[in-house]
Design a protein around this ligand. Structure first.
Ligand code: HEC
Ligand code: HEC
Length: 423
């Protein structure tokens, strides 16, 4: 463990930008997306556009770091690398292709009450946990499959969400997320998101500078995962390595429980070191939000009129002390409040994640949606319109917003959806 994964807090971004200011300002004006960037942060418009690009404000050092993590993100593990004993996929990129959404997914299982929605107290029927692990290696003889005919077990899918723009999500100040919660608590239209307070589960890691609280204190704001169950990208990386691939690390040292009772795999001991976890996390921190087109006036206006913007908040402010200089103290145009919302019974999955219930979901960040082929946590929606309509249902906080959407003329609805697809 060295401080290798730290970014120099003195990255001379300001100097670079003051020199390039004149040239960049023209491009910046062309690239402004609905005014969420402040004048002091010029945006260079790249000729190429895509999902797997590093932050625009970059340095050779950050570029090299990005490339290093990118290769590890695409790396396919095999038995001798510590894959298994059970696993779902063998590479991060199988479920986050080009840092985007899917195609790989995880199947979840939860014991539910007779209403088919509420998670039961007693989950003991699922002896090996809530996750289907369909592949085996390294001496395992049995996989973890969904129970065949148990009626009280609800099955649901989680498609790997996009991972680009996640550095911005991590950098957002806690006070901003709490401000959203406070502002929504006084609303009368049913929207009342809340923070998912989570425990930092990892071994203490004093070298990990990307959270505001010290490990072990618990009580961080969850930001990552479809129910905001994890607070930092390092911890998510370690969690994904362990849970999806059976790759253990100092932050997640144990193999997931399995029917064979195996506690190790083809690579004795911990499979990867902390430096590797940090490198993958840094790659995701450095992934840029795909370039946005300049919106017409109507889209943003209708998006606000239909109150989409109450949950999908266009921009939040990042911490000024975030260790990665290009993301510190700036607007994060992520179109999410990072809060949990009760989306009703229609989207419920029976799963509890930290304090999040079956019906609660983190407001999906609206980033790079034009690169998706399916929407919502389980990919059930094949078009943006279907995704929006699925917000409506018994008990959903978004019902008022959805009535407003439906009251728009069909051309207004199209303008709104065009705007969303440009994000
Ligand atoms: C089998 C498919 C699969 C694999 C392999 C996989 N992921 Fe994921 N990933 C998912 C799913 C599904 C979620 C949502 C999970 C949740 O909310 O609990 C997710 C969520 C995430 C998130 C949170 C994104 C957000 O918007 O909050 C990050 C970051 C992430 N994965 C990184 C990784 C990394 C790094 C690897 C490799 C070490 C990896 N994933 C491997 C399926 C996968
Ligand atoms: C009460 C808060 C709330 C409101 C209001 C709201 N959304 Fe959402 N939105 C969410 C949540 C939570 C999700 C994630 C749901 C899931 O994955 O099951 C989501 C998901 C989405 C998605 C899918 C994104 C993806 O990654 O697949 C789109 C598109 C979307 N919302 C657009 C809209 C639009 C357009 C409006 C206004 C008509 C709107 N939302 C209003 C909370 C809200």
């Amino acid at each position: 463990m060295t401080a290798k994964h730290r970014f120099p807090s003195t990255t001379p971004v300001q100097n670079i930008w003051s020199m390039r200011w004149l040239g960049a300002v023209v491009l910046a004006l062309a690239g402004l997306a609905c005014g969420e960037k402040s004048d002091s942060e010029p945006l260079t418009v790249k000729a190429e556009d895509g999902t797997d690009l590093p932050l625009r404000e970059t340095t050779p050092e950050l570029q090299a770091r990005f490339k290093e993590g990118d290769a590890l993100f695409d790396f396919t593990y095999n038995e001798s690398d510590g894959l298994g004993p059970l696993y779902i996929r063998a590479a991060c990129s199988s479920c986050h292709q080009s840092a985007g959404k899917g195609p790989g997914a995880v199947q979840k299982m939860a014991v539910v009450e007779p209403d088919g929605v509420t998670s039961s107290e007693d989950q003991s029927a699922l002896a090996w946990g809530h996750t289907v692990r369909p592949y085996k290696t390294a001496g395992a003889t049995q996989t973890i499959q969904a129970p065949g005919s148990a009626q009280n077990v609800k099955l649901s899918l989680r498609v790997g969400p996009a991972v680009f723009g996640r550095g911005y999500l991590e950098a957002i100040a806690d006070s901003e997320i709490e401000r959203m919660q406070a502002e929504q608590s006084t609303r009368t239209d049913g929207i009342h998101g809340r923070v998912n307070r989570v425990t930092y589960h990892s071994q203490p890691n004093p070298e990990q500078p990307f959270h505001t609280h010290q490990p072990g204190q618990g009580n961080l704001i969850g930001r990552f995962g479809v129910k905001a169950r994890i607070s930092t990208l390092d911890e998510f990386t370690a969690d994904a390595m362990q849970g999806d691939m059976g790759i253990t690390s100092p932050m997640r040292p144990a193999e997931p429980a399995n029917p064979d009772g195996l506690t190790d795999d083809g690579k004795p001991g911990t499979d990867v070191d902390l430096a590797r976890v940090n490198a993958v996390a840094d790659y995701m921190r450095l992934l840029e939000i795909p370039k946005r087109a300049t919106p017409g006036a109507d889209g943003p206006r209708l998006f606000a009129e239909a109150r989409c913007s109450v949950c999908h908040v266009p921009s939040l402010q990042t911490r000024s002390d975030y260790p990665l200089a290009p993301l510190a103290g700036r607007d994060a145009p992520v179109y999410s409040d990072l809060l949990l919302h009760d989306m009703g019974t229609g989207l419920a999955d029976g799963m509890v994640d930290e304090s999040a219930t079956s019906r609660e979901w983190r407001t999906a960040p609206l980033i790079g949606l034009r690169f998706f082929t399916t929407y919502l946590h389980d990919g059930r929606a094949k078009t943006l319109r279907e995704a929006v309509l699925a917000h409506q249902g018994p008990g959903s906080e978004a019902n008022d917003s959805l009535s407003r959407f439906q009251q728009l003329s069909s051309s207004e609805q199209s303008a709104l959806l065009d705007f969303v697809s440009s994000l």
